[in-house]
Design a binder for this molecule. Structure first.
Ligand code: 17E
Ligand code: FE2
Length: 418
């Protein structure tokens, strides 16, 4: 199969890109003007100068909860805590059936595929002790593995120390084949429990040789400082590249003096950060009067300090966030607004936040990138560069995973009458 006349993100000029048996086999630059004369027959896709790039990466979503908004009722206050209690009601009043959970998750994956995502890391609540969610997502991960790559996180929504049998839940989840160990230290009853939960998950991660992805400081409380503990544990054990701190909203409330110290630790530990700007600008700041905090971590400052940060959606129509369609460009737009990142330089490479940076969070760089010999995973967007694609929220016209077309879209054509 051959793509003709595409731009490639990060390079000048126009290219032809071929792939066979699921692997890129050639990438050749075109002589200026030569694209007009090419034969476009057979297994050839004419990119018409559009941008080809590695797929978008969704580093943080809760696929067990998607598409449940309104059941049994909507989150009326819009707070994180009402989200958690509404989900608790869902878990205890709705029949939990593997096939139904898989169908909702798959519907969300179809949306993600439409918007160019091929790599997904999902949390699964392991304090729901029927474990139907874990079963469902582990089955789906296996069934979908040729189409989309899914990583699962054992996420203890109600805590590890603050629930009975919390450690047993985590152990059971990891023994079922989950890819990452999660935690929620800011939601544990005490600071001591929070710290103990973090120490515990490093032991568990090492035991199963798995990655770590923690809901960390998803609050506006400037005293919520579990990130320093998470980063220090990662630093001690050399686990930084395999560790993600997600949300880290409290960093939006930390004082600058403390943050200066914290950033040095983050750099030395090498851990990755994940922010969910749509979800958190909605959920946080709720207990403030005016002025209201944004409740989103320091996306710009972390990026500028060379700390890897990727953006994720968190939710698609669930008890925490009532809207969302799987479109990471929307999340990027929110992140750039909230993070004061619409300076010219920021816009030139803004797609990093939903692509290459996410690939680092997921530790998938060995099969991610447009290079001969690597797996043919790519998308083509109806635009020419990051700035234009962000501005027009350009559709993904083609998405290819391991050489297989998984989604196509015809861009809409408007007809304005003046
Ligand atoms: N659970 C949680 O603790 N925080 C969130 N943002 C979501 C679920 C979506
Ligand atoms: Fe989350």
């Amino acid at each position: 199969m051959k793509i003709v006349g595409c731009r490639i993100r990060g390079r000048e000029g126009l290219y032809n890109v071929s792939y066979e048996n699921g692997v890129f086999t050639s990438i050749t630059e075109l002589e200026p003007g030569s694209e007009e004369k090419q034969m476009k027959t057979g297994d050839v896709y004419d990119a018409k100068g559009r941008l080809l790039m590695p797929p978008f990466v969704e580093p943080h979503i809760h696929l067990d909860c998607v598409l449940t908004a309104g059941i049994p009722h909507y989150n009326m206050s819009g707070t994180l805590f009402e989200g958690i209690s509404t989900w608790q009601e869902y878990k205890t009043t709705q029949p939990l059936v593997v096939s139904e959970i898989k169908e909702r998750a798959k519907e969300a994956l179809r949306l993600l595929a439409e918007y160019g995502v091929q790599f997904v890391r999902t949390h699964v609540d392991v304090t729901e002790t029927s474990f139907k969610g874990v079963e469902a997502l582990e089955e789906l991960k296996e069934e979908m593995k040729d189409i989309m790559e899914i990583q699962t996180i054992a996420f203890p929504q109600n805590g590890i120390l603050s629930v009975r049998d919390g450690k047993a839940n985590m152990e059971r989840a990891m023994s079922m084949g989950m890819d990452c160990v999660g935690a929620i230290p800011h939601y544990e009853f005490t600071r001591e429990y929070g710290i103990e939960s973090l120490k515990y998950i490093f032991e568990l991660a090492e035991k199963y040789d798995k990655m770590i992805d923690v809901h960390c400081d998803e609050m506006d409380d400037e005293q919520s400082r579990f990130l320093e503990t998470l980063a220090t544990l990662a630093w001690e054990r050399g686990y930084g590249k395999r560790t993600v701190a997600a949300h880290t909203c409290a960093m939006g409330s930390y004082n600058d003096s403390y943050c200066t110290k914290l950033f040095r630790l983050l750099q030395e530990s090498g851990i990755n950060i994940n922010a969910c700007p749509c979800a958190n600008v909605h959920l946080q700041g709720r207990i403030d009067k005016y002025p209201k905090r944004r409740g989103v971590t320091r996306i710009k400052e972390l990026s500028d300090a060379g700390i890897n940060i990727a953006l994720g959606q968190d939710s698609i129509a669930d008890p925490w966030y009532p809207i969302g369609v799987g479109n990471l460009l929307r999340v990027l737009e929110m992140g750039l607004h909230v993070g004061h990142m619409m300076g010219y330089e920021d816009l030139q490479h803004c797609l990093d936040l939903i692509s290459t940076n996410g690939a680092k969070n997921l530790c998938i760089e060995d099969h991610y990138g447009i290079e001969v010999g690597k797996k043919a995973n790519f998308i083509i967007l109806d635009g020419k560069d990051d700035y234009e694609i962000l501005r027009f929220q350009s559709p993904v016209v083609l998405s290819v995973h391991n050489g297989m077309t998984i989604a196509e879209k015809e861009p809409a054509v408007a007809s304005v009458k003046f």
